[in-house]
Unconditional design. Structure first.
Length: 313
């Protein structure tokens, strides 16, 4: 069965854009690999952070909407994204985050891997998970974090659901996931054999309120497919499952299909290519505002609507 291969990206909602850039490039040491705009609401940025070569599966992206109220955490939302760090790096990150006065929680052990919970300046719940799993990674030479400790990419995502059953059935029967364990109330599903970047954790919280988007929240979770043909095959199965997927939307750096999974979380299927170097040289990723071709005629008014932004590393 042609299916997804892992997490492609996770898109979140930020507050102030410059504060977002300062935290993810300055504190977490990720590379801003694409500075663009929300293609549906082009008066706001769409910022993409990843590793040094912007591998699919490394992208944590943001819409800065500072006028939105804070996220209302609840069922039907993704509630945490975890980022992979090398095994043995947790002490380094504890010291670094303490020096930066970042908000952190206690260490946890998740399926045998040590994790450190933290929140970003706008309330987004994150976890750094130390893993020995192999994955595509290229260090960012200008990162303030040494290459040996840099974030490797997206590790897993957590969802809150009122009832797990329908979501679980959809994940397994339509997208090709398998249940691989349960721990502390979280049920783990894995795609493509599991490993870093291929996990989804779900928790049933039947008495919680319905969640709603806001700053510090997760907007959607995108799943990887290698090519257009696989995307169409997966879309057909999603449609057969009556999840009403969108048509394929050309996002220029990848092609996307959106739908709501049975519990209400917004999912996306995204192709690995053509990638972020289709319109910028690898050495200069993220340095300038880039627009897809259909928005280029409106560059002047788009730029005038956006606040200035700088990577201060």
């Amino acid at each position: 069965m042609s299916t997804v291969t892992g997490i492609h990206h996770v898109t979140c909602i930020a507050g102030d854009a410059q504060e977002n850039v300062d935290f993810y490039t300055g504190t977490l040491g990720m590379r801003l690999v694409k500075k663009s705009v929300n293609q549906d609401v082009p008066d706001t940025y769409h910022l993409f952070y990843a590793d040094g070569e912007a591998h699919p599966g490394a992208d944590l992206t943001f819409f800065p909407w500072p006028k939105l109220p804070p996220v209302q955490k609840g069922v039907g939302l993704a509630v945490e994204v975890s980022l992979a760090i090398p095994k043995g790096s947790l002490e380094y990150w504890e010291d670094r985050l303490a020096t930066a006065a970042a908000t952190t929680g206690d260490r946890e052990v998740r399926h045998g891997e040590h994790a450190l919970r933290l929140t970003d300046p706008h309330g987004l719940e994150l976890a750094l998970v130390a893993t020995a799993d192999e994955r595509d990674f290229a260090p960012w030479s200008q990162s303030p974090v040494p290459a040996a400790h840099q974030i490797r990419g997206l590790h897993a995502v957590r969802l809150w659901e009122r009832d797990i059953a329908q979501t679980a059935s959809f994940l397994v029967e339509t997208l090709g996931f398998a249940m691989v364990g349960e721990e502390n109330g979280w049920r783990r599903y894995a795609i493509n054999g599991g490993g870093s970047g291929r996990h989804l954790d779900i928790r049933a919280v039947p008495n919680e309120q319905r969640g709603s988007w806001g700053t510090g929240g997760i907007h959607h979770v995108a799943w990887r497919v290698p090519d257009d043909d696989t995307e169409l095959a997966v879309r057909e199965r999603i449609s057969a499952a009556k999840r009403r997927p969108t048509e394929v939307i050309d996002r220029f750096w990848f092609k996307s299909v959106y739908f709501l999974e049975p519990g209400g979380v917004l999912f996306e299927i995204a192709t690995d290519g053509p990638g972020f170097t289709v319109d910028e040289d690898l050495a200069n990723l993220g340095e300038h505002l880039v627009l897809p071709p259909w928005l280029e005629p409106h560059r002047r008014e788009i730029e005038e609507a956006l606040p200035p932004l700088a990577v201060r590393v």
